[in-house]
Ligand binder design. Structure first.
Ligand SMILES: [Zn+2]
Length: 439
């Protein structure tokens, strides 16, 4: 008890409110309790005793003051001292066990941190706020869940989370223990309490659920036919082949198609190669250099321009048989219904190139098929807050499809916020743009 009091005193001297880093781990919130349901009750008891700390299974036994680097309060806009949090705040207190019979507005439920899972919670909220995807997944879940087939493990686990997040019942937050266990079981890099990269989880979810729900027999991705000098021949051939082997809610919603072209410097013949992907990577520092900007800010439009840039490489042309150079470029042929963009920040996520973006995105000039999606609205942003690339904390900003308002999802905290905050606070890391009809 004496040791406990001494540690409490040291903590108060450090003036730790609810945010700090532990080396090599995520924020204190993420270091929170174990994944077993038994521990969570204990957490809540200890949380109630000390309202200034984020949930941990046993904070005093784990925290060594030497390892603690306090983050300025303004890094956490859910901090009680931050005036921004006064906006329609549902709960500023992570410490109180919500009564399970309390009703909550559908879609505005928080997610409990079940052990370094802020990255996972941010990802889940972004998928949850894609109404088209959510509805389709839940329909498939209703059809398939009678099977209790192990094959659909992640699809079921995600559907279960989304169903709970959009239920009026069950309290103000949901504990995604089963989802956490499932991703850890299917992919060991998501096991345990190591802090993970949300972009990796987004990609894993898209690949794994495609594997589980693919209605075609195999997932052969590409054909081997090279040397297509005519784009449409290449495109149709690729699509026939690809779609003959891949058809799922994930390909339907998240896949886009690109044309990679190489033009021979000697005979000027262009070879086309169509490919598919489900996430766009924009390296912000390279975009800045490409645009020749001296300031540290690029726009989403700049990123798309960079994506289409021309590069040169050594090239042996099969048409004229010359060893010369090829002029390479990539264009989006047909875009995804939901376009996911990863803003790559180079040397660690904190690398400081600012990105400007709007709530609506129109990419007509970067998408080449006339019937492809081109009008988008932003529905989710995964943001990094903090300053340390091996720690920090992830939150999500999402737009609620029922009332079109923006909310900040910070584990169990859910707070309405103006879109300006989405644009200006934290470091945007993954953007979710959802297709809307023109006009
Ligand atoms: Zn040539």
């Amino acid at each position: 008890m004496i040791i406990r009091n001494i540690l409490l005193l040291i903590l108060s001297i450090y003036n730790i409110t609810n945010s700090f880093y532990i080396n090599g781990e995520c924020c204190n919130s993420c270091r929170g309790g174990g994944t077993s349901k038994g521990e969570i009750n204990n957490n809540n008891q200890s949380k109630q005793k000390n309202k200034n700390t984020r949930p941990t299974s046993n904070p005093l036994s784990k925290i060594i003051p030497d390892n603690i680097i306090p983050i300025p309060n303004d890094q956490y806009s859910d901090n009680p001292t931050n005036p921004d949090n006064t906006i329609n705040e549902q709960s500023n207190n992570n410490n109180v066990q919500e009564p399970k019979n309390e009703t909550v507005t559908p879609g505005l439920k928080g997610l409990q941190n079940v052990g370094a899972t802020c990255y996972m919670n941010a990802v889940l909220q972004c998928f949850s706020n894609l109404p088209r995807f959510r509805t389709e997944l839940l329909v498939q879940y209703q059809d398939l869940k009678q099977n209790k087939d192990e094959k659909y493990k992640l699809s079921f686990a995600l559907a279960e989370v989304l169903q709970n997040l959009w239920s009026k019942n069950g309290g103000k937050y949901y504990s995604p223990n089963n989802f956490k266990d499932t991703i850890g079981e299917l992919n060991h890099s998501f096991k345990g309490i190591a802090a993970n990269d949300p972009k990796d989880l987004v990609i894993f979810i898209m690949q794994q659920i495609h594997k589980e729900l693919n209605t075609k027999e195999s997932t052969i991705a590409t054909n081997n036919n090279n040397d297509r000098y005519d784009f449409l021949t290449e495109y149709n051939s690729f699509m026939d082949h690809y779609k003959g082997h891949n058809d799922s809610i994930m390909t339907n919603e998240f896949h886009f198609y690109t044309n990679n072209m190489t033009t021979c410097s000697n005979c000027k013949k262009t070879i086309h190669s169509v490919q598919t992907d489900n996430i766009l990577f924009f390296p912000l520092e390279e975009v800045r250099k490409f645009k020749g900007y001296n300031n540290n800010s690029v726009s989403i439009n700049d990123c798309f321009e960079y994506y289409e840039r021309q590069t040169y490489s050594d090239y042996t042309c099969n048409n004229c048989n010359y060893n010369c150079y090829g002029n390479n470029s990539t264009k989006i042929v047909s875009s995804a219904k939901t376009l996911i963009i990863n803003l790559n920040r180079g040397h660690g996520i904190e690398f400081d190139v600012n990105i400007t973006f709007e709530e609506y995105l129109y990419i007509d000039k970067f998408v080449h098929m006339p019937n492809s999606p081109k009008n988008y609205e932003l529905t989710g942003v995964i943001c990094h807050i903090g300053t340390n690339d091996d720690g920090g904390h992830f939150i999500a900003y999402c737009k609620n499809s029922n009332n079109c308002k923006w909310y900040k999802f910070n584990d169990t905290f859910v707070i309405e916020c103006p879109f300006k905050e989405v644009q200006e606070k934290g470091l945007p890391y993954v953007l979710f743009y959802s297709y809307v009809e023109a006009g």
